[in-house]
Design a protein around this ligand. Structure first.
Ligand SMILES: *Cc1c(COP(=O)(O)O)cnc(C)c1O
Length: 301
C-alpha cells in the first residue's frame, strides 16, 4: 500500500437513536489519512500509481474541475512517490486560483487549463495526441479514477474495514467508482448502501457494470433522495445537521459528500430501514478541504 493508513480510526456513534434500535453505527475515518486528500481517492489511485512507478516516463496525467478532490489526491500521491503530475483543468484559467488548485500546485502538479468544450472531448483522439505532444508519455487517470483500476483500488477499502463485520457498508457516490470497488469485494450477505451526491443519477447500475463487468443489484441499496438539490448544493438544514453532528460525535463532514451520506443514514435509521442487530459502517471518504468554499463562519469546525 502507498497510503498512510495507520491514521484511520473506527468511531462508534453512541446515541439513544442508535442503541434503542439495537444497531451499531461505526464511521470508518478514511478522512484521517490526510487533511487535504480524500481517503477514497487515495485508494482509487493505488493501482494507477503502481503502474506508473514501473514506467520510464514516471508521469501521471489526470482531469478535474477547479474544486476537484481527485486532482489534489493525484498531486499528493505523485509528490509522495516522486512522480511527475499533470492536471488538466476544466475551464479557462481564472485570475485567482481556487484553494484546491493552489494545493495541487503546492504538491508540484503542473496545471493546464482547457476550455469546457475541449474538456468535454477528452476521449477525442486529437486531444490525446495534443497532450502527448505537450507532455510526452504518461499514465492516464480518467477523471475521478473512473476505470477498472480505480474500482480495484477502492475494493482494497474492504480489507481495511473487514474486522468490523459490517452488515451494511454506506458510501456516498460521485462517479460510482468507490461503490463499484466495494461491490467487487463484498461478502454476499453484506449490503452496500449508496447515497448519490448528484441529482437524478439514474445510471449507477450501468456504471457499476461498465467498471466491474456485472451488477449485483441484490446487494446494493440506493438512497437517491439525499442530494439536497444536486451536486455541491446545500441548505440551512444540511449545515445545521453538520454542526449538530460535529457537536454530538466530534466528526467533521463535508457538505458535498459525507454530510449528505450521514444525513441519509441517520434519517433511514429513524425510518427503521435497518433491522435490529444491523452493523452499519459508514465510510468517511474525506473531502473536508471542500468546506473552504463555504462562507467563513458557516461551520463550527
Ligand atoms: C470523490 C469523492 C466521493 C465520490 O467517489 P466516487 O468514487 O467518485 O463515487 C465521495 N466522497 C468524497 C469525499 C470524495 O472526494
Amino acid at each position: 500500500m502507498h497510503l498512510p493508513i495507520q491514521n484511520i480510526s473506527f468511531d462508534k456513534l453512541n446515541s439513544p437513536l442508535i442503541t434503542d434500535k439495537n444497531i451499531t453505527l461505526t464511521v470508518a475515518r478514511l478522512d484521517k489519512i490526510h487533511p487535504d486528500v480524500s481517503g477514497n481517492k487515495l485508494f482509487k489511485l493505488h493501482y494507477f500509481v503502481e503502474e506508473c512507478i514501473h514506467t520510464d516516463h514516471k508521469t501521471m496525467l489526470s482531469f478535474g474541475g477547479a474544486y476537484s478532490n481527485h486532482l489534489v489526491a493525484t498531486a499528493y500521491l505523485c509528490k509522495e512517490k516522486n512522480l511527475k503530475a499533470i492536471g488538466i483543468v476544466r475551464g479557462e484559467q481564472p485570475k485567482v486560483l481556487s484553494h484546491t488548485l493552489l494545493k495541487c500546485k503546492e504538491y508540484g502538479m503542473q496545471l493546464k487549463f482547457v476550455s469546457r468544450k475541449m474538456y468535454a472531448d477528452t476521449a477525442d483522439d486529437n486531444f490525446m495526441q495534443d497532450l502527448k505532444r505537450a507532455f510526452g508519455n504518461f499514465t492516464l487517470v480518467p477523471e475521478g479514477g473512473f476505470a477498472l483500476n480505480g474500482a480495484r483500488g477502492a475494493s482494497l477499502i474492504q480489507n481495511i474495514i473487514a474486522q468490523e463485520n459490517a452488515s451494511h457498508i454506506c458510501t456516498c457516490v460521485g462517479t460510482a467508482t468507490t461503490l463499484a470497488g466495494l461491490l467487487m469485494s463484498n461478502k454476499p450477505e453484506q449490503t452496500i448502501v449508496a447515497i448519490p451526491a448528484i441529482k437524478n443519477m439514474t445510471d449507477i447500475n450501468d456504471r457499476i457494470a461498465l467498471l466491474t463487468g456485472n451488477t449485483k443489484s441484490k446487494e446494493l441499496e440506493i438512497f437517491a433522495n439525499y442530494h439536497f438539490g444536486g451536486y455541491a448544493r446545500y441548505n440551512n438544514e444540511l449545515i445545521q445537521f453538520m454542526n449538530d453532528f460535529y457537536r454530538a460525535y466530534n466528526i467533521p463532514t463535508d457538505f458535498i459528500y459525507t454530510a449528505k451520506m450521514m444525513y441519509a443514514v441517520m434519517d433511514q435509521i429513524k425510518k427503521n430501514y435497518f433491522k435490529p442487530s444491523s452493523g452499519i459502517v459508514c465510510l468517511h471518504t474525506g473531502g473536508l478541504q471542500g468546506n473552504l468554499s463555504l462562507p467563513v463562519g458557516t461551520l463550527i469546525f
